[in-house]
Ligand binder design. Structure first.
Ligand code: TNX
Length: 735
């Protein structure tokens, strides 16, 4: 009877909409057909590398609701095949499929039924993780289920299996699914075997947490600035009831500590014994972000140089509680003390909602994750050639006319959205609770086509320019000879200064023009300005002085009127860095030159050199994005190799660099290819963990092999919590 119902179900889930476009391969559909397609059936031999059939299904068919591969020839579904395709409701796998690779259907959270065909041998880690609408899973045969293969499929109610012998399943295959909510329909007589089998038994009864003890050496990331000292007292029994005692002014940190304790101990059975006490206090003799933590048999004491330091102590406590992440938490933490403080003052990630919009809730969640790794700034690239994403009350045209477009390169989907000023205030308040500063960026004079589209008078000759829908660098620049440019930027920056309390405003400044600055040569207004400034000539360096003029004027407004510290992307054309600015060293191969310029000008500098910090680049060969504009591979090891001092030690020609000029480190997530929230995380992690350590941990205490060991715990915990990371980490192919 059960076999019959399984068979009927198998037939039902193979039934695909009749209206499906049936072709052999994706190359048989033109670009418009891909963008329009809701139902596709492929019948040919499918490609799996580069701009493969799967990359096209995933990135070009943005409306895809059903995919029928039952007649296709495809023994391996490649990793990330349909990663985070939120519209995909129905799927028929190839009849001849043997292997489904890591994260193949990660967060396909509209999928309701999945049938695994009989010949399938293995399902790689996280293949269906986060498919939260999946209610029925039918498994024909005996595929091995890898770690977290169906983790957090919280809607799952029924799994139908026809194998008498339970398929081999990792203990975490169904992590995050409440015991008892899934009915296993298995061949008569095999129920007990399933009830005992690893992976399967967690679906039937809650598995008690083992009484394991945290090994502090493997769980802290970034590594602390000084060694952990074990002091031999009795360990802390984590599962007792916790009480928090804090000095005044630490209400936020108390809330954060409560959150951490509740998240870690959720669902666990309380241990007997007296309550644990967590004390939180500040000590103004310590550096602001430094903290001291003391773990003992009766609880934990955290002291910070400020509320931020206390917060970092709480983040460290969270990592101690989770231990090596074999489980969500440990039962015991050994008695220890630890003193810790960051190496660099600013540890930021930059996101780019201009190319592909990032909804506000996604930004908030991202802040929470950043804070775990002790990042303290999120930089928002709010405008570019492709869109304007921040409400400016004085110029409503900007968001009315430049926040919606169709297409990012070959991905022909609608991309729209902007942040209201109230939303940004909300984000600023939210992030402040995590000690993350929100830094806004408005580009000038290049990467500014969105504004020029709304106000043609911003560019030389008042040209009408369409919003850009491709990556790359536009030739259109703001006109430095046009008074409205100064008025416009002054008004925009005035509104921004009122919304973002950050001491910093980023002015862009990169890649002005291609061919560089050429569009200013024949403009009468630029020529007149050159005459006024005594600039004689049209060479690149002559035209550059117009950019310098524009920058100096805007920098002056920001500093004198709004009390802000201007930031900009460093280009070697900047011979002088105006006093009190922070520059970003971003170009491949030009970091030493940028550092020397910063030191010569007594300026501060952020390090985000492309060769270490461009997290929009793929992490390994074949990793997403498979199709890009020529981005090089930046491996995890390569990111870890960043030394924020860039070798400029006391014996170098810039001996004071680190202590006087180094502001911090930044990782960039340009979003030309980041088309889902999950992919923002996918690109960021795990490399952002390596960068967090580069920014926090003194060079002498950093070690790549030791980082790798601690990374394993961090990655397991992220998988459990549903935080996306590159699928390549599962193959440890990052080096
Ligand atoms: C260069 S980095 C840019 C961005 C692109 C990025 C892609 C920088 C200051 N400018 O406009 O999005 O490369 O990696």
């Amino acid at each position: 009877m059960k076999r019959l119902s399984a068979l009927i179900l198998w037939m039902v889930c193979l039934t695909m909409p009749l209206a499906a476009q049936t072709v052999r391969r994706m190359a048989d559909l033109d670009a418009a057909a891909k963008a329009d397609a809701t139902h596709i059936a492929l019948t040919g031999t499918l490609s799996t590398a580069g701009n493969s059939d799967f990359r096209q299904l995933r990135d070009l068919c943005w409306q895809l609701e059903s995919l029928d591969l039952s007649r296709a020839d495809c023994p391996t579904i490649p990793r990330c095949a349909l990663h985070s395709r939120h519209a995909l409701k129905r799927l028929a796998l190839p009849d001849n499929v043997r292997q489904i690779d890591a994260q193949a259907f990660y967060a396909c959270d509209a999928l309701t039924d999945v049938c695994l065909p009989p010949g399938l041998d293995s399902i790689a880690p996280e293949a269906f993780a986060g498919c939260s609408a999946l209610t029925t899973l039918t498994i024909h045969g005996r595929p091995a289920l890898g770690p977290f293969a169906f983790a957090r499929c919280t809607g799952l109610r029924r799994i139908i299996l026809n194998s008498d012998v339970p398929p081999v399943a990792d203990a975490t295959a169904f992590a995050g699914i409440a015991a008892g909510q899934v009915r296993l329909v298995v061949p008569r007589g095999s129920e007990d075997r399933y009830a005992r089998a690893e992976g399967w038994r967690t679906l039937m009864q809650a598995v008690p947490l083992p009484a394991d003890t945290c090994r502090p050496e493997v769980c802290l990331l970034p590594a602390p600035s000084s060694p952990i000292v074990r002091h031999g007292g009795s360990p802390l029994s984590v599962l007792r009831k916790w009480r928090i005692k804090a000095e005044d002014g630490l209400d936020n940190e108390v809330r954060q500590a409560r959150r951490v304790l509740a998240e870690r101990t959720a669902g666990a059975k309380r241990a007997k014994g007296p309550d644990n006490i967590l004390t939180l206090a500040t000590d103004s003799t310590m550096p602001a972000e430094a903290y001291h933590i003391y773990i003992h048999a009766r609880g934990a004491d955290i002291k910070g140089g400020s509320a931020a330091g206390v917060f970092y102590g709480v983040m460290t406590l969270d990592q101690l509680l989770r231990g090596d992440a074999g489980n969500p938490m440990c039962a015991y933490v050994p008695a220890l003390t630890l003193d810790d403080a960051p190496r660099t003052a600013m540890r930021e990630l930059m996101v780019d909602p201009a190319r592909i919009f990032i909804p506000l809730p996604v930004l908030k969640d991202f802040v929470v994750e950043m804070a775990r790794w002790k990042y303290n700034a999120l930089h928002l690239h709010l405008v570019d050639d492709q869109a304007w994403r921040i409400e400016i009350k004085r110029y409503p045209e900007l968001t009315q006319q430049a926040s919606e477009r169709t297409g990012m390169d070959d991905m022909l989907m609608p991309i729209s959205g902007y942040y209201t000023q109230d939303e940004m205030r909300e984000l600023v308040r939210f992030a402040a609770d995590y000690h993350v500063d929100i830094i806004p960026e408005i580009e000038m004079p290049g990467h500014e086509v969105a504004a020029i589209h709304c106000f043609p008078q911003l560019t030389c000759g008042a040209k009408e320019v369409p919003i850009r829908t491709t990556c790359g660098v536009s030739n259109e620049l703001l006109c430095p000879g046009e008074p409205f440019v100064y008025e416009f930027l002054g008004n925009v920056l005035g509104e921004l200064a009122a919304v973002f309390p950050s001491p910093y405003v980023h002015l862009g400044g990169d890649e002005a023009g291609n061919p560089a600055l050429g569009c200013w040569t024949d403009c009468p207004k630029c020529r007149a300005l050159k005459r006024r400034l005594g600039i004689d000539g049209d060479r690149r360096e002559d035209n550059w002085r117009l950019q310098e003029h524009l920058f100096n004027s805007i920098i002056d407004t920001l500093r004198t009127k709004h009390g802000k510290t201007p930031m900009f992307w460093y280009e070697t054309d900047f011979k002088r860095i105006p006093e009190g600015c922070i520059v970003f060293a971003w170009r491949h191969g030009l970091t030493a030159a940028a550092i020397r310029a910063a030191v010569a000008n007594d300026a501060r500098i952020m390090l985000c050199p492309g060769e270490h910090c461009y997290l929009d680049y793929p992490m390994a060969g074949g990793d997403m994005p498979e199709v890009n504009w020529g981005m090089p591979i930046t491996s995890l090891a390569q990111t870890y190799r960043l030394d924020p001092a860039w070798g400029f030690g006391p014996a170098s020609d810039c001996p004071t660099f680190e202590e006087r000029h180094l502001a911090g480190v930044a990782g960039t997530l340009w979003s030309e290819c980041i088309n889902s929230p999950e992919r923002l995380y996918y690109q960021a992690f795990p490399r952002a963990l390596a960068l967090a350590e580069a920014g926090w941990t003194p060079q002498a205490r950093r070690d790549a092999a030791d980082f790798d060991r601690r990374l394993q715990a961090a990655l397991r915990d992220m998988a459990r919590r549903g935080i996306c990371r590159s699928a390549v980490t599962w193959q440890q192919a990052a080096h």
